[in-house]
Design a binder for this molecule. Structure first.
Ligand code: UFG
Length: 339
């Protein structure tokens, strides 16, 4: 059984390809390498002993995408990761975000429709909830007005899928990720931020290794136990495994609805300083950090109600915050060894 993974050389995509291959699926990757590298394909082969079929194509390009589907017209499903994902950048270049994230989705759905491919897992985000009124946040919590074009593309994508599913007889599962961090235990794949990292964990590990002087903790006056903002961090391997569970569910016809939505988190909230403490513990070293102003656009706190995903998917996150930080640190050390 063959699965197309768009964005399969990216951070979450590459970990998912590993888990799919470990489960016995054949994988076709489509990626334009806009934020990833072709050597990731070699690393996946090193980990799994199997080389995914890699196609460097731009999914916003209608003909290229149609061609890919012509070459792979028999697929058991698609997992669609390919998208831009930086919140701040999306505020500066909103049109690029709408064009890239929506055109690629539409072309993929069209390829599916034209080739009678039914199943698609979509990479969504807890950003669709904004700052929820009630915590933990459930799948049924209201979708709030988007805080960024990036978040808006996730909301719009879910809507596009919902209507395409109805009209074209497709089935879909949208997975709303909380904060994916960490890396594969082999330290052969992980997150590769370009330039100065926006996200907390790569910033922590780059500070610890000496690439950055000091971590800025954005905001210490939030209404939380230590004043710093709270998120639900989830190990990228747990997240990747949930994608395999989701695709299995659709292939085995166990979906209860043609369009299902699940939160993917651990259900536990950790503050920025909790994450720093976990890092210091597992790395055995102190981290330079300073408390600074809030980052514009940040919400105070969010964590998932995972009960629906746990019960329906029979999946739950297994790795704790220390496991996450340990693997992130191992990955940073491996990156510096390779230089
Ligand atoms: N933070 C710092 N210092 C940094 C970087 C981050 O204190 O240098 C803080 C942030 O203020 C926030 C927390 O660490 O409180 C997590 O920040 P990240 O940037 O790692 O993650 P976000 O929660 O802002 O964003 C993530 C994803 C987005 C997604 C969003 C949904 O990166 O793609 O979750 O809430 F949209």
């Amino acid at each position: 059984m063959k699965i197309l993974v768009t964005g399969g050389t990216g951070y979450i995509g590459s970990h998912t390809v590993v888990e799919l291959q470990n489960r016995g699926y054949d994988v076709v990757i489509a990626d334009n390498l806009s934020n990833s590298y072709e050597y990731v394909v070699d690393r996946i082969e090193q980990i799994t002993g199997k080389r995914p079929d890699f196609h460097r194509i731009d999914l916003t390009h209608k003909e290229q995408t149609a061609d890919l589907f012509k070459q792979h017209s028999v697929l058991s499903g698609v997992i669609h990761f390919a998208a831009f994902k930086a919140v701040g950048e999306s505020m500066e270049n909103p049109l690029d975000y709408y064009r890239n994230n929506l055109d690629s989705l539409i072309n993929v759905l069209e390829g599916m429709k034209n080739n009678s491919i039914r199943n698609i897992v979509f990479s969504s985000s807890c950003t669709v909830y904004g700052q929820p009124d009630e915590l933990p946040v459930k799948e049924t919590s209201p979708i709030k007005e988007a805080w960024s074009p990036y978040g808006n593309t996730k909301q719009m994508s879910e809507d596009i899928i919902r209507f395409a599913v109805n009209a074209h007889g497709l089935k879909s599962i949208a997975l709303r990720y909380f904060n994916p961090i960490g890396a594969h235990d082999s330290a052969l794949i992980g997150e590769l931020p370009l330039g100065v990292p926006n996200n907390l964990v790569p910033f922590i590990t780059q500070t610890a290794i000496g690439k950055r002087k000091s971590l800025k903790v954005f905001g210490s006056d939030y209404n939380t136990h230590d004043g710093t903002a709270i998120r639900d961090y989830i190990h990228v391997v747990d997240l990747a495994q949930a994608h395999v569970v989701a695709i299995d569910r659709m292939i085995d016809n166990r979906s209860k609805l043609d369009f299902e939505i699940f939160n993917l988190g651990t259900g536990n909230g950790f503050s920025v300083l909790d994450v720093v403490k976990s890092f210091e513990k597992v790395a055995g070293q102190k981290l330079n950090y300073e408390l600074t102003d809030r980052r514009p656009g940040d919400i105070e706190k969010v964590w998932a109600d995972t009960s629906f995903a746990n019960a329906e998917l029979g999946w739950s996150a297994k790795r704790n915050i220390d496991d996450m930080m340990r693997s992130a640190w191992k990955w940073e050390l491996a990156l510096s060894d390779n230089k």
